[in-house]
Design a protein around this ligand. Structure first.
Ligand code: NHW
Ligand code: EN5
Length: 384
């Protein structure tokens, strides 16, 4: 049924007679193939230097024209250049794992896949070095030619050469075999635009005026949340690590350097706010964060501005109260819709804050790892 995926070290079906752990054992350096896989004639591998503005623009253009769309092809993700720089340069990243494919004659970038390092906890395994795989993309004109399996095999080979044998990734499609499955939820902030562009609908018993009133949020947050700065890195690290460790079966283990990279605010890319203790201003008691991922509105020459819930921890208030402020903060920077998955403890506020269920799913995968599947609320890792 899956000509490629059935050959990969993934659990195949319900048979979980395997112990928790790797499906195929780690390889010694001499057991790892040393030559790159062959690309079809006319195409060549090309690692991407994302810090070079020219190459960053090439990746931006490939993705803006060919990356993920919704089921009805009304919207396509439009990751900004600044976002791509953030997503692809965490501590320990390597240019060898930002893997492009170019047409040999024109040198045009026609495909891409990325791996960046991370460390996760999966159930009884407290620390597991992995890569996060993202931005797998093949140009629309070159689809269904079995290029994706070659990209996946080549990134696997390169990651194995760094001594890593597991990967975490998410996809909207179901492949062998998800470890968890989540739903997207959406909170309208600019309902008029959302209806106009086909993102949401005006229910027959609702007028536009009533809808605007329903979704109106205050101008200013209720709590004294301030933008996170360098001086909050230690406090955020402590707060977030303890929270993730105490609540979730699959979660990311951030180092302090990771916290600085993934959570310090970057305009138009990621926003993080903290509430600090009155007495000890380095102590962070609450945090909220979201990233900005606009979508192109296809055929309309317009952009849908979306913010996505990232990592949030509440200790002096309910998560519901904290997220109410998140909506206000996102709204004040011109966001049209605030999105969240039903993972972590997000179920506790979605309904009350007037999120509605979207038509998209997100499947979570761990490559080459056998373990029981989990509920969305057991997942404490958000991929971009
Ligand atoms: S999910 C977003 C993926 N990208 C898109 O959806 C963009 C738009 N689509 C495309 O560019 C986030 C193409 O349709 C792609 C497939 C490139 C998706 N993951 O070349 P063929 C990520 O980036 C399988 C994995 O002919 P194509 C996560 C499909 O099932 N596999 O198709 C990425 C079939 O295999 P099968 C996917 O349409 C995780 C084969 O590809 C897939 O021209 C990657 C067909 O290939 C997907 N999203 O290109 C895995 N979509 O067995 C990482 C389709 O069924 C694994 N396929 O015959 C770990 C590696 C690292 C390990 C390290 C230890
Ligand atoms: C890798 N890290 O399908 C990620 N989005 O629901 C790649 N739907 O925006 C994998 N179809 O439901 C990404 N509006 C997989 C997701 C791909 C994109 C996708 C979905 C998620 C989405 C919107 C628009 C649907 C347009 C028609 C949607 C309804 C919102 C409505 C608001 C008011 C209250 C009820 C719900």
């Amino acid at each position: 049924k899956h000509a490629f995926w059935d050959t990969q070290p993934m659990p195949h079906g319900q048979q979980s007679d395997l112990p928790e752990g790797p499906i195929v054992p780690n390889k010694n350096p001499d057991e790892i193939r040393s030559e790159p896989y062959n690309m079809p004639t006319g195409f060549e591998w090309s690692t991407l230097d994302i810090m070079d503005p020219v190459q960053r623009e090439e990746l931006y253009t490939l993705l803006a024209n060919n990356y993920v769309e919704d089921d009805d092809a009304l919207f396509r993700f439009d990751y900004s250049k600044e976002f791509l720089e953030w997503a692809l340069t965490p501590p320990g990243y390597s240019t060898e794992l930002l893997l492009g494919v170019r047409a040999t004659s024109s040198k045009k970038l026609i495909a891409f896949i990325s791996a960046v390092p991370a460390n996760v906890k999966v159930q009884s395994t407290s620390r597991l070095d992995v890569v996060e795989i993202n931005f797998l993309c093949v140009h629309k004109k070159l689809r269904a030619k079995r290029l994706a399996p070659v990209l996946i095999k080549e990134i696997t080979r390169r990651v194995n050469q760094t001594g890593v044998f597991q990967a975490v990734y998410t996809a909207g499609v179901v492949l062998p075999v998800p470890v968890a499955s989540a739903r997207y939820y959406h909170r309208s902030l600019n309902p008029k635009k959302l209806v106009r562009v086909g993102f949401s609908r005006l229910n027959p018993r609702m007028t536009m005026a009533r809808m605007q009133k329903l979704y109106k949020v205050p101008d200013t947050p209720k709590h004294d949340l301030i933008p996170m700065t360098e001086e909050h890195v230690d406090g955020v690290h402590k707060l977030l690590s303890a929270y993730l460790e105490s609540k979730f079966l699959l979660h990311v283990n951030f180092s302090k350097e990771d916290v600085a990279h993934w959570l310090l605010p970057r305009t138009g890319v990621v926003d993080s706010y903290v509430l600090v203790d009155e007495q000890d201003k380095t102590k962070v008691t609450d945090m909220v964060s979201f990233y900005h991922l606009p979508s192109t509105i296809l055929g309309k020459d317009d952009t849908l501005y979306a913010a996505y819930s990232y990592y949030n921890v509440a200790t002096t208030m309910s998560l519901l109260d904290l997220m109410r402020d998140a909506l206000i903060l996102a709204n004040s920077t011109g966001t049209d819709v605030f999105n969240a998955l039903n993972l972590m403890e997000n179920d506790t506020y979605l309904e009350e804050l007037k999120f509605g269920k979207g038509d998209g799913n997100l499947q979570y995968y761990v490559y080459n790892w056998s373990c029981p599947s989990m509920k969305a609320s057991d997942v404490g890792i958000v991929l971009l």
